[in-house]
Design a protein around this ligand. Sequence first.
Ligand SMILES: NC(=O)C1=CN([C@@H]2O[C@H](COP(=O)(O)OP(=O)(O)OC[C@H]3O[C@@H](n4cnc5c(N)ncnc54)[C@H](OP(=O)(O)O)[C@@H]3O)[C@@H](O)[C@H]2O)C=CC1
Ligand SMILES: O=C(O)[C@H](O)COP(=O)(O)O
Length: 498
Amino acid sequence: MVGTGVFAEIFDGDLDVFKYYSEGEWKKSSSGKSVAIINPTTRKTQYKVQACTQEEVNKVMETAKSAQKLWAKTPLWKRAELLHKAASILKEHKAPIAECLVKEIAKPSKDAVTEVVRSGDLVSYCAEEGVRILGEGKFLVSDSFPGNQRTKYCLSSKIPLGVILAIPPFNYPVNLAVSKIAPALIAGNSLVLKPPTQGSVAALHMVHCFHLAGFPKGLISCVTGKGSEIGDFLTMHPGVGCISFTGGDTGIAISKKAGMIPLQMELGGKDACIVLEDADLDLVAANIIKGGFSYSGQRCTAVKVVLVMESVADTLVEKVKAKVAKLTVGPPEDDCDITPVVSESSANFIEGLVIDAKKKGATFCQQYRRDGNLIWPLLLDNVRPDMRIAWEEPFGPVLPVIRINSVEEGIHHCNASNFGLQGCVFTKDINKAMLISDAMETGTVQINSAPARGPDHFPFQGLRDSGIGSQGITNSITMMTKIKTTVINLPTPSYTMG
Ligand SMILES: NC(=O)C1=CN([C@@H]2O[C@H](COP(=O)(O)OP(=O)(O)OC[C@H]3O[C@@H](n4cnc5c(N)ncnc54)[C@H](OP(=O)(O)O)[C@@H]3O)[C@@H](O)[C@H]2O)C=CC1
Ligand SMILES: O=C(O)[C@H](O)COP(=O)(O)O
């Protein structure tokens, strides 16, 4: 399955290492070095990928630049046709790609398949949306601005940015890669992908699906290696025309180092769930479980703090506790709800937050339990603002509950966070919900449902440290273009008489 059949050419069986993708070919790095991908469940090396060199990055950037020039001359319908082909190949090969996700990032097997299928759908939707929005431009006339006659006709259209550098995070290595690749390509750009180390092999398989679809050589490349080693070289490379990054604080550092190029940054979140007295508490409890614990809390859009009115807090906590007790805990292969978190350092970080909350007097609704990278789901009640878990993002199955005495208190906590990705509010009063949504300083507010990025064509953006710009298919296509105008100057004013 993995690295076999149509995927055989991406794997170097002699050295047991996956190859990187440059100039339309699968290659071994001249570094002779590899990077180990540690299976979060077994904590043993599962796969190895090439540790690419700076020279190899230079080569990729050079070919991406020349391939882009030709690609921009490829008709839009043809670009869309190739994307549709890639989408269908991706879906056809969902099983081996999902297997990589299970082994590299311990994603439960059903969710792993869903990620690949969702990615194929995203690519197809992007092809269609691109044809619609890139096929249209604007026509302006000069006499609408004071002092002007109708002597100038302005034609504006969206043109490519050049080479897009895409850096996705470990938690959706396929979906958050194609959410950058497809808009970049339909808009006439070339693309260099640096996949997350955990998730690289899934990403390499996905890239091979684009290769099989027949995209021109050099248009897509994929260089592997640790972000800490080749990351700066990539992000500061003069050949890059735009960086589309999803991840944690690394994104803040990148935005300070990058040159005068557009940045699309989707960073961390501390999504608050505000619960009012009149909320349907069964609905809230179900959404807290789905929002807080799916993929073991390793989603940027996970519910990361519950802010519940004191008068309903006891009832809500009991309902959530009952549901936590039903979550299955174990390996991703068994499709358990809670699976090992991505790395030992991540598990240690989560444990640090739990120990801090314990010392400062949080109520533990379950006993804290950990085995290697596997952390049992934990609800912490009576969390106070002096505890780290009230503000920091655990990216694990640990959820704090803060009891509030007024809605304003909840809104204040949400807005005092350095993050501003999403939030949600539960109430039966839609008027109140709208006022609260307007008061919450986050990129999106969900009313009566847990935060979520999908469906993938919805705008998705974060305020403050949660990001720059907006994602979602339409916004990503727009963000990966710039506006070009041509002005036709007439010797005499010309007005249409009707
Ligand atoms: N807002 C959003 O849409 C989302 C945000 N996130 C956030 O991502 C974080 C978890 O993901 P995680 O993968 O750990 O995030 P990281 O920020 O650690 O890594 C993200 C990507 O950046 C790469 N990278 C690391 N160092 C550098 C560098 N110096 N220059 C360039 N690239 C570099 C990583 O590569 P390598 O793996 O090799 O280190 C990886 O591909 C959480 O904070 C989460 O909230 C996650 C998903 C969605
Ligand atoms: O990175 C994430 O956490 C994803 O963007 C979440 O996507 P979803 O909310 O649609 O599951």
